[in-house]
Ligand binder design. Sequence first.
Ligand SMILES: [Zn+2]
Length: 419
Amino acid sequence: MNPPEAQKEALAVLNGVLESNYSNFYRKKYKHCTKFDDWVSIPFLTRSEMQRTSFFDRLFIPLGDMDMVRPTSGTSGRGILLMPKWGKKPQSYKPPLHVKYIKQKSLNRAVTFSGAHSYYANDVRNRLGIDYLYLDPGDMQTSARLFNLYKPEIIYGFPYAIASLVSSLSEKSLAQKVQAIIFFGERCSDTQWRFIQKYFANAVIFSEYASIETQATIAGPCTEIVRKKEKYVHPLPDYVFFEIIDSSGETLTKEGASGELVITTISPVVFPLIRYRTGDSATIIYSSCPCSIKTPVISIDGRIEIDRLRIPGGELNLAEIERVVSQCQEYVTGGDFLVQYIEIKDRYGVLKPKVTIELSWNKKKKADSTVLAKIFAQTLRVAPQYTYADGVREGKYEPLTIQFLPQDTNMGKRRIIRN
Ligand SMILES: [Zn+2]
């Protein structure tokens, strides 16, 4: 699935990091490997493994060679991880496709919903010659006002933020002026994709996949994908050697196969990762593409397990849901629950979060599911001073619903699932 050059590069990265005098972490974990046939014997790397190891033990370059350390949490929040950033881009650096488009069209006014962008402000200004304004995804009213004043041509952001911006715009025609939208950070659902395409009718949408651990775009669309208005991506062979594995760790290669995305950074602009399990699920859509990129076309289906999910005005947090469930113990039995998150269009065509919690139920109490749903919504905080019920009252969210599982299950699951 990867071009032969990428295989060679991946081996070179592995053998290269073993030479570093700085990182004990790499030397302890890996062994030299010279034949690509032995690649699958190289152990996987997980995020929790990195979190357990001290930053200085993972650091593979002299402290003075990095220009900053960025605490990263990711958009679905999986705990803070310190990552170094190198000052210089490598000679071979090829910018993602949207950069070419922005230059071609001479676009220069952007808004961004990403706090991460402030870390790259100078970089973006120098490289792209554009200026941008940071919009706070937690304050959509102000964001919409700034959007009206600034009249941007480019939007960088997470799908949910862009979709909810539309809902807050008083003058929807301004959306027509936007010519490029660059998505990253999280999966975009089909509904969000269609919604954004409809309102930003003149924008070319680039769906990019950036790993917070590499702090770089590692998969992006080609001209063919953009032309077909699809939200798929190619793993970019200049940056990553990629694998898709099933739950037993076997590599998947067939069209239609879904599994976990595993990456090895071959252009380690920031921090080398070797057989890193991203925790993201991906599907192989086309095994080849008429364009010049020699990797399959894949779709990024989102986090396999989510413990935190951003929603307009706050976030759904697994620990907070656990707290609510434990407070309602007289009604519910068993510790298992499943949180389903979807976005649905209300009668004005605005996308709104809708949360359904499935859990098992204490039959003796005969609690009504609507009563319990109300209690849950009033107790569930999505921000420090803001409950789900507040959001429903202000028309931001659809009412929460409870579905009782037919009996106590031993599924052993406490999960958030996004559909
Ligand atoms: Zn292509």
